[in-house]
Design a binder for this molecule. Sequence first.
Ligand code: NI
Length: 199
Amino acid sequence: MTLRKIARAGHPVLRQRAGELQPEALATAEVQRLIDDMVETMRDAGGAGIAAPQVHEPVRIAVLEVRANRRYPGLPSIPLTVLVNPVLTALVGSPGAPLDERDAVTMYEGCLSVPGLRGRVRRPRRVSVTALDRHGHELRFAWEGLASSVVQHECDHLDGVLFIDRAEPGTLMFLDEYEQHVPLEERMIDGGLRARDPG
Ligand code: NI
C-alpha cells in the first residue's frame, strides 16, 4: 500500500463531479489498490473518511472509518466502510425547507483537503445510502446522528462540494482557535438526541 498525496482546496479535481465507477472495473488490481491506498492515506492523516477525488482520482468511491479519532474526539465509532457509487437520500426534512432542530445534526467539520480549518455545518440527521462495497455487493443502510454527517461530507466530495461551501456564515475558523474558543458541548450537536432528552 502507498500513501497518496492529498489534493487541497483550489485543486480542480476537488471541484468536479466524479464519474461513476463501472462495476466491472471494481475487481481490477488498479481499483483495489486505489481503495487500499485510500484506507491507508485516511488512517495516516487521521481522517474520518476520504473520497477518491481527494487523492486525485475523480471516481465515485469513498471510504469511512472512525475509531477513537484524534481529530474528532466524540465521534461515534464507524467500522471501515467502502462505498462505491453511493446514492444518498435524506430521510428527514423536505427539500428547500429549513431543517427543524430535531432533524438536524450540527458539527464543526474539517477536511483533509482544507487543512487547519473548521466550520459549523448543519445536515439532515438521518440519511439512507445505497452503494456497492469493494467486492461489488449491494449495500443499503440508514445512517443516523453524527455518522450521518460523516457520510454526507464524503459523498459531497464526489459532487465537487467542500464543507466550506456549506459552513454557516461566520463560523469558519482555524483549528487552534476552534479548540480554544468552541466549548466541547457545542462541537457536535445531534438535535435528535437533544429533543429526546428531557433535560
Ligand atoms: Ni473532506
